[in-house]
Design a protein around this ligand. Structure first.
Ligand code: MG
Ligand code: ZN
Length: 183
C-alpha cells in the first residue's frame, strides 16, 4: 500500500483569488514546487478541491478543466506527478458526499490507488481540509496561508488538539518529513 498526501488547491498550493476562471489567475506560491518535489519522493500526491463556483454558475466545467490541466502541466514540468484531482462541484446545500470535509474523494482514491490512510495526510487552509484528514483516518494539517490566518480564531481548542497547524505548505512538509524519519 502507498502513503498519500491530499492537497487543497486554493490558498495551499496556489494563491486564493476567489473563484478563478482563467489560467492567467493561477499563481503558485514560491515554495510550492520544492515542497511538492520533496513530498513526491515519499508519497503519492492528489489534489482535492471544493469548487462551489460551479454550482453557483460562476465558473464552467470547461474553464475548471483548463485550469486543472494547466496546473498539472506546470507541476509535471517541475518534476511533480499528481495522480488525480478530485473536484466537488456542489454547494453546501447539495449535501453531497464529496464536499470536504466529507470523505468520498479520499475513499475513492484509497480504492483506486491502494492508499494506506493511516500513513497519509491532508493539507489545506480551511478547517474542512484538516477535518477531511481527521474524518478519513489520516492526519489533518491546517496551514495559515490563503484563508488560514483569518479563520484560525474559529478553531476550538478541542479541534486544535486533533490537527496540526503550520505556517504554510513548506512547514507542513518539513513537519511530515520529520515525522516519517522518526518511524
Ligand atoms: Mg483552500
Ligand atoms: Zn460534492
Amino acid at each position: 500500500m502507498y502513503a498519500a498526501v491530499f492537497l487543497d488547491r486554493d490558498g495551499t498550493i496556489i494563491k486564493d483569488k476567489g473563484y478563478i476562471n482563467s489560467v492567467s489567475d493561477v499563481e503558485f506560491y514560491d515554495f510550492t514546487f520544492s515542497s511538492l518535489r520533496t513530498l513526491a519522493s515519499y508519497f503519492k500526491l492528489f489534489i482535492v478541491t471544493n469548487q462551489a463556483g460551479i454550482a453557483q454558475g460562476l465558473i464552467s466545467f470547461e474553464q475548471l478543466e483548463a485550469i486543472h490541466n494547466f496546473i498539472l502541466d506546470k507541476l509535471r514540468n517541475e518534476g511533480i506527478k499528481i495522480e488525480k484531482i478530485y473536484t466537488c462541484p456542489h454547494s453546501a446545500e447539495d449535501k453531497c458526499g464529496c464536499r470536504k470535509p466529507e470523505i468520498k474523494s479520499v475513499i475513492d482514491a484509497t480504492k483506486e490507488f491502494n492508499i494506506d490512510l493511516q500513513r497519509s495526510y491532508v493539507i489545506g487552509d480551511h478547517l474542512s481540509d484538516a477535518l477531511l484528514g481527521v474524518n478519513s483516518g489520516a492526519r489533518g494539517i491546517y496551514v495559515l496561508t490563503g484563508h488560514g490566518m483569518k479563520h484560525r480564531k474559529h478553531i476550538t481548542a478541542e479541534t486544535e488538539r486533533r490537527i496540526i497547524i503550520t505556517k504554510s505548505l513548506k512547514f507542513a512538509v518539513e513537519k511530515i518529513i520529520k515525522e516519517i524519519r522518526k518511524k
